[in-house]
Design a protein around this ligand. Sequence first.
Ligand SMILES: Cc1cc2nc3c(=O)[nH]c(=O)nc-3n(C[C@H](O)[C@H](O)[C@H](O)COP(=O)(O)O)c2cc1C
Length: 357
Amino acid sequence: MDRPPTQDRRHPPRPDIWAPDPAAFRPADPPAERLRALVAWAVLAPSTHNTQPWRFRLAAADRLELRADRGRALPVVDPAQRALVISCGAALANLRLAAAALGEALVVEPLPDPADPDLLARIRACGPRTPAAEGAGWLAAMTARRTTRFAFAPEPVPASARAAAILAAAAEGGVSLHWVGDAGTRHAIARLVAEGDRIQMADHAFRTELAAWIRSRHAPGRDGISAAAFGMPDLLSFVGALAIRTFDMGEGQAARDQALAEGSPALAVLSTPGESRRDWLATGQAMQRALLALTSAGLAASFLNQPIEVPALRPRLAAAARLAGTPQLLLRIGRYDGPPLRPASRRPAEEVLGASG
Ligand SMILES: Cc1cc2nc3c(=O)[nH]c(=O)nc-3n(C[C@H](O)[C@H](O)[C@H](O)COP(=O)(O)O)c2cc1C
């Protein structure tokens, strides 16, 4: 049985990471305390394999650094650490939107030091600002968003939600969100996803890396993906990881993902003009803004990045979707009407936040 952690005597109750208290941000506190309170929202961001590859460092009384945690990289599926930087960008978006919601003006410098490639952003707390009118909605969406790997209801994504996601993504310079609604293009893309699955799952190194991040949500590390995210009991996480490591299940995975891609009301591709770390950091922020807009509209998303992760398929995806730029993420979007999903595990703010020195 999949038990909530608070009922498990081996694992003492933890504060609910998924329900940060907005009142923990107090405008009268010193800037370092205000920045600390914002990190509690940043850690709710999605990340590739739930690696949570971010570190925050209080570099001065009023300054925070967002740093890449390269020890959490995925050398097989993400050799250039593209998805790692995208994931950190999502955490940065949450932090910025939480600041705007709670009334803190920030100055953010992306990639400020070419000599220090792990430093992804420098963030300075500049004091009170008028809280954003949409702020409460952003905070609610940060806690409600779940990567949803199950089938969606067949109804189309409303035009208002499509427009909101395009606008949200466009807030980050250069990133475009392109909707794929027509069945012919969806079919072509779904076939590329299936081809990507077969290639990836035939690779023992890919499977070993994936299996290493599949674990129970009660595991002490508070990261990785539970078997529950794929519709199995959480307790089968160990068995699931073993099976993935041992067997090439590419055909089954390909058939499942192709059916999910074709059966989803819409696919969306996020693309950038180039392929630099700046493009990746912007993609992560644009993705998170779009996911929050979709969550607020009652929609869910999951990722089908296989044709982006397999280099030979990436130009074919760009051609199939008729993109001008470089595809960075492929999402499947729709309304999820199944039972509520338990949130994925997260490391708390204290664990990812260090002081200067
Ligand atoms: C850059 C990026 C790439 C991802 N790629 C995939 C993917 O290919 N397949 C998948 O099932 N989930 C993918 N995910 C979703 C993560 O597995 C998910 O965010 C993580 O397990 C935490 O769960 P949550 O989003 O529900 O909080 C990706 C997430 C990010 C940010």
